[in-house]
Design a binder for this molecule. Sequence first.
Ligand code: HEM
Length: 531
Amino acid sequence: IQCQSTSTEEPKTKRNLLDNASNLLTNFLSGGRLGSMPTAEGAVSDLFGRPLFFSLYDWFLEHGSVYKLAFGPKAFVVVSDPIVARHILRENAFSYDKGVLADILEPIMGKGLIPADIGTWKQRRKVIAPGFHSSFLEAMVKIFTACSERTVLKFENLIERENHEEKAIELDLEAEFSSLALDIIGLGVFNYDFGSVTKESPVIKAVYGTLFEAEHRSTFYIPYWNLPFASWVVPRQRKFHRDLKVINDCLDGLIRNAKESREEADVEKLQQRDYSTLKDASLLRFLVDMRGADVDDRQLRDDLMTMLIAGHETTAAVLTWSIFLLAQNPSKMRKAQAEVDSVLGEERITLESVRELEYIRLIVVESLRLYPQPPLLIRRSLQEDKLPGGYMGSEDGYAIPAGTDIFLSVYNLHRSPYFWDRPNEFEPERFLVPKASEGIKGWSGFDPNRSPGAMYPNEVIADFAFLPFGGGPRKCVGDQFALLESTVALAMVLKKFDVELRGSAEDVELVTGATIHTKTGLWCKVKRRST
Ligand code: HEM
């Protein structure tokens, strides 16, 4: 059971086993030393019966905003507190790494930003983050529009083929948004057209196979694939490695091509941030042209793979839950459609028009509040630390030893009755209304004006009670890309179609790994708008 088929893997696998054993031991010991913390006892069935984040929410209401979750000898600290979240993510960020998450993702993403050790991360973040500048995002809006047009055309053709009077089609919109998001991330990050809205291909199958495995691993918080008894999963592991190879070969080819086709004229345009006549506006072009052709191919491949995985299902999920919520709120859907009609008319979407699509933008962020992707952020303390006193439970805070595994529950924060009025209701308008801290010690309340110039509400305006993209130095690098993409795609679908759920909202079962998604698809009735 190895992650890559090179001869260096044997010692690495052994090292992982030793690491896991020592983590388990440290965890066991630290679990014992978190003595004064309220404790929730988890049963193994909590890992399988329903998404774990539901149980974490119930325990949060019962035990407070910082508690210890014990599964036998294994203990996690569960944080649902903005002050503690701010400490872990921003104020003392470098005392933590990604812990279990890095164990899960390293075989897929290598030294990409998400699982990378701090040294590699510092170097690569400096190189990658500037690539997401405003001219790049403006060029991306054109890609979002072109790809969304393909989806709209596909729906129109399917509707056209219907013979019955109602002319509505039944579609799994989760699957459709997944294809759309895959096409967008391929073109935006490495100028590769998966064309998955209209066709199947071995590369697409390999991407879904790899995502499936990443998802499966994320539902287990112990890296079973490194353990000796894991031989029963050999066929799955073999398929996983085959899929990984297909994607890696594809990415290697794209990197080679980008390096060979480097042209000085394009480099100049990129330097001047002139994307107007650039044929290839992708991030890969920026990374190769602006950072020199000598950048290490293996690292570049890890970076691209990371962004492919991080930027695909997450954005697809935002679109899925936005439609799910709107379909249950027809008056809000009509309000959104009226905004799209008045802002866009017959024009194509631009970055400027996105600025005017305020309601659509708020729908996107409200969907991220109710269905955060991922619902949990994972950290492991690298050294002893003192968590600040929260607004519930201990005034003094808790000392935590090195090696403590932490689940920062974004889901709990986003649905906390302490920070949000009617937390479980879909109210995009809530982001326009300030909220005082109401005596919650250390939290500065919610103020939409605290982040001037930001197009979308972010963690700053809610002082870490809203963390759709994390916060601090490891905050999502693609947040604006994803928000713009979701806004453009949602506006274009709503412009043309009315959407209803095929069954009731209760029929839509949730499952979760890295993202929250449906168990059997988001089946909807889609028809052309009558106006
Ligand atoms: C990190 C969410 C889209 C690339 C993160 C984190 C979150 C997040 C919460 C922080 C993880 C942590 O602190 O442990 C989302 C959501 C998205 C989205 C909800 C869509 C709605 C994207 C896109 C890209 C991307 C489109 C790339 C094009 C990354 C990368 C990191 C990251 C590279 C790691 C950053 C670092 O450690 O420096 N994302 N993301 N994400 N995301 Fe996103």
